[in-house]
Design a protein around this ligand. Structure first.
Ligand SMILES: [Zn+2]
Length: 397
């Protein structure tokens, strides 16, 4: 919600007026001098929307503010020309409404259009997040990253490397929305206060690494590509088994971490729904974007979210960080998921991340069943794994 500043006001005053942490206001308004606002500058107030109400006979701003437990000065701010003692019957007034429920609904087929819309909604409501494109897919869709927090510890999470694992995007977006709600409402998430995490951790999320693959699984081939894609799909017209990007290359077998070995091991030499490493490592725009992001940001921790198996892999050739084993123990305890150090699979993003930076990386396999997992598993998956995302953010030694 936007309000028009009065000369001499400060963001810390607005923080107390709306009961939101001041750093969220400051980060939502990076262009403003937080201590000296000028008249008519527009100030973003995160976690609020403006509602209109029609004044009834006898209403006053004092009365309305008391009824709704909102400071009268907050009402004056968003109704600049009103007299607090007397407002005219029948006139429309703005009322600030605190947002306490999520806007993201992850329990629906979650394609790239839905995802982009949700990101825009979240950015409008919580302007302290930073949303940017880190690259484009083969079909030109933006690969979106969302950053949140101002801390020195850098944690990255991503989802939907594989097209038919689109439920992972929905899970990460639900987590993001819950994280944001906890911040603006100063409420714990699973007993964890989130504002201290905002101060100490920078979270980077790329919830949908492979939007073309996701859209193919959910919506079928794009115009003009049906014939070629059905051929790559072995003649099948339904794409529920499709993991690859739109060129038939498995993005999680694209990274130079025993890539040649993986290429031979998989015995897949042509593009298709899954397991083709490509003819060269990092040949695809999606894998390239992820590589560049990791090199630029130098994350301390990575969670690559996949389905399925109710397990997670946390080692690579003994190069993983020292904390990895301890963290794996915590994750296992919190989720009941099986902790697996080494798995007979290579050239994944997590493998390369560990090899390249010797940091902590896990591949998390949500739920159990046949991909794409049905939405009926969504609540269980989220309940089981929320603790994992939080542990990766708050457990440091
Ligand atoms: Zn996967």
């Amino acid at each position: 919600m936007k309000v028009k500043a009065r000369k001499g006001d400060s963001l810390s005053y607005y923080a107390s007026l709306f009961h939101i942490p001041v750093e969220l206001l400051v980060d939502s308004n990076p262009q403003l001098d937080p201590d000296h606002l000028e008249a008519d500058e527009m100030v973003e107030v995160p976690g609020f929307i403006k509602e209109t109400c029609v004044v009834r006979e006898g209403d006053t701003l004092w009365g309305l503010s008391g009824e709704r437990n909102i400071g009268v000065d907050a009402l004056l701010l968003i109704n600049e020309n009103s007299d607090p003692n007397e407002v005219e019957t029948g006139v429309e007034l703005f009322l600030p409404r605190r947002v306490v429920t999520p806007v993201v609904n992850g329990k629906q087929p979650y394609d790239s259009v839905r995802f982009q819309k949700d990101l825009i909604l979240l950015q409008e409501l919580y302007p302290f997040i930073r949303v940017n494109a880190i690259g484009k897919s083969v079909l030109g869709k933006d690969l979106m990253e969302c950053k949140i927090g101002r801390g020195a510890k850098k944690v990255h999470m991503n989802g939907a490397f594989h097209g038919n694992e689109w439920i992972t995007s929905a899970v990460l977006m639900t987590f993001l929305n819950d994280y944001l709600l906890s911040l603006t409402n100063s409420k714990d998430l699973r007993g964890i206060p989130i504002l201290p995490l905002y101060r100490t951790v920078s979270l980077s999320l790329v919830p949908m690494v492979n939007p073309d693959g996701v859209d193919l699984v959910l919506n079928g081939p794009p115009d003009g590509m049906a014939e070629e894609l059905v051929r790559l799909n072995g003649g099948r017209v339904e794409f529920t088994g499709w993991k690859a990007n739109i060129r038939g290359i498995d993005l999680n077998k694209q990274f130079p971490a025993r890539w040649e070995f993986e290429k031979r091991r998989m015995e897949v030499s042509t593009p298709g729904p899954r397991d083709f490493t490509g003819n060269l490592p990092i040949s695809e725009p999606e894998s390239k974007a992820m590589e560049q992001l990791a090199r630029k940001e130098r994350f301390h921790r990575l969670v690559a979210v996949h389905t399925q198996g109710k397990e997670f892999y946390w080692g690579y050739e003994g190069l993983e960080s020292k904390e990895s084993e301890r963290l794996a123990g915590e994750i296992k305890r919190a989720s009941g998921y099986a902790s697996i150090r080494y798995v007979d699979s290579y050239a994944g993003f997590k493998d390369w991340f560990i090899q390249e930076f010797q940091q902590t990386g896990i591949t998390l396999e949500l739920g159990k069943g046949i991909n794409p997992l049905p939405l009926s598993q969504f609540d269980t998956i989220y309940r089981d794994t929320l603790g994992i995302y939080l542990i990766m953010l708050y457990k440091w030694w």
